[in-house]
Design a protein around this ligand. Structure first.
Ligand code: FNR
Length: 365
């Protein structure tokens, strides 16, 4: 019996810190360089205030939302995080079952330590009202044939959307990992989506290539090779958000990679209004980075995000208690979201509008 009461995502982080090899804890918890952006994601939510309405709520609130034809029990999704088997022996299989049971979308990382077909099969073992929904995150590869082979694989596995991460021309530098000497997966674990990929040697696992020479042409080529909706993850400059829409992307996931790529970029929730202005309602904008509380979810949705993603809290749940841990993290956030909606006088997530949120300090924004 664990004595600690698991009431918050922070409790799960504490439990994960105890359960994990410190090297892997640092890999998950850490950010790039001075971790300025990592902290900023949290601080920015803290600086925003909620200004609730009164005498207009409802006993039972509507949390569900549909995005890209995927019905979700709440506008919360699992942002893609690599290497779940570092956190728990069942890895992504446990995560996928928990997401399916909770009725939320899991974005499978291209760098998952279980192959996407097996993740999809695990999700299908769960009986729920909603069919389980998986989206697939990928890094465009310099060789477009490799990108296409991955897309083919994810599509055949049943993924319903592609999330293309574009903030990684090179890997962010995490000094924690350098100090810990962590630079590769342990023996017996690999990026399984890159194993036996069409065009590769049978049995071989390709390396994920990062390239600073990728361009909009690579994205155009991908878009024309698939019928799945394509979201871009990691667009931060409003001008790039405009360009992305012009290039026909179906959505944006506003993300600074949880402070793991370029350090000192702004907190995502601070950038959200500018990105929404640039996109001008043409495609949905989702957001991740620092979401740890129901109030964070409500603030992002009120400012105009279509849904929010969580990265680290999922891994903390997984490390603390496998599938049940991930499920518990999702349910505690659902509870906090619902409670916050009630306190804000909202009948559901569709009631959330911009004037519920105020900058906490005069002069900010
Ligand atoms: C990530 N993230 C990430 N993003 C991505 O596009 N592909 C990936 O493989 C990974 N891998 C990954 C591993 C780990 C351990 C973390 C913590 C993060 C970034 C992730 O999708 C998301 O943007 C952030 O994690 C969101 O911030 P929070 O919720 O962790 O604060």
């Amino acid at each position: 019996m664990r004595a600690r009461m698991m009431l918050t995502t922070a409790d799960f982080e504490d439990a994960a810190r105890e359960a994990l090899d410190p090297v892997y804890y640092d890999y998950v918890a850490g950010g790039a360089r001075d971790e300025v952006t990592l902290r900023a994601n949290r601080e920015a939510f803290g600086r925003l205030n909620l200004l609730p309405r009164i005498l207009r709520g409802r006993d039972k609130r509507d949390l569900d939302r549909t995005l890209f034809d995927c019905p979700m029990s709440m506008p919360l999704l699992l942002s893609p995080t690599a290497f779940h088997r570092l956190a728990h022996p069942e890895g992504e299989l446990a995560t996928a079952r928990a997401a399916a049971a909770a009725g939320v979308v899991m974005i499978v990382s291209m760098a998952s330590t279980v192959a996407v077909e097996d993740i999809a099969a695990a999700a299908r073992t769960v009986t729920t009202e909603r069919p389980p929904a998986l989206w697939f995150q990928l890094y465009l590869q310099p060789d477009p044939d490799v990108t296409e082979a991955l897309v083919e694989r994810a599509t055949a596995a049943g993924c319903a959307a592609l999330v293309v991460t574009v903030d990684s021309p090179v890997l962010g530098l995490h000094e924690r990992n350098k100090r810990n000497g962590f630079d590769d997966l342990p023996t017996g674990m690999a990026c399984e989506n890159l194993r036996n990929l069409r065009g590769g040697e049978p049995g071989s696992v390709r390396q994920i290539a990062m390239s600073a020479e990728l361009s909009w042409e690579h994205l155009d080529r991908l878009r024309h090779s698939t019928r799945l909706p394509v979201l871009l993850k990691g667009v931060l400059h409003p001008e790039d958000a405009r360009l992305a829409v012009e290039h026909g992307v179906d959505g944006l996931l506003l993300s600074n990679h949880g402070g793991r790529q370029l350090d000192t970029v702004p907190a995502t929730v601070d950038l959200l209004p500018e990105i929404l202005d640039a996109v001008a309602g043409r495609v949905p904008v989702l957001l991740d980075g620092g979401v740890r509380r129901g109030t964070d979810i409500v603030k992002a949705l009120a400012l105009g995000a279509a849904a929010v993603g969580i990265g680290r809290p999922v891994v903390w749940g997984l490390a603390a208690d496998g599938e049940d841990g991930v499920r518990a993290v999702l349910e505690l956030l659902r509870g906090e979201l619902d409670h916050t909606l009630a306190l804000c006088g909202a009948t559901g997530v569709d009631d959330l509008v911009r004037d519920l949120v105020r900058p906490g300090f005069p002069g900010l924004r």
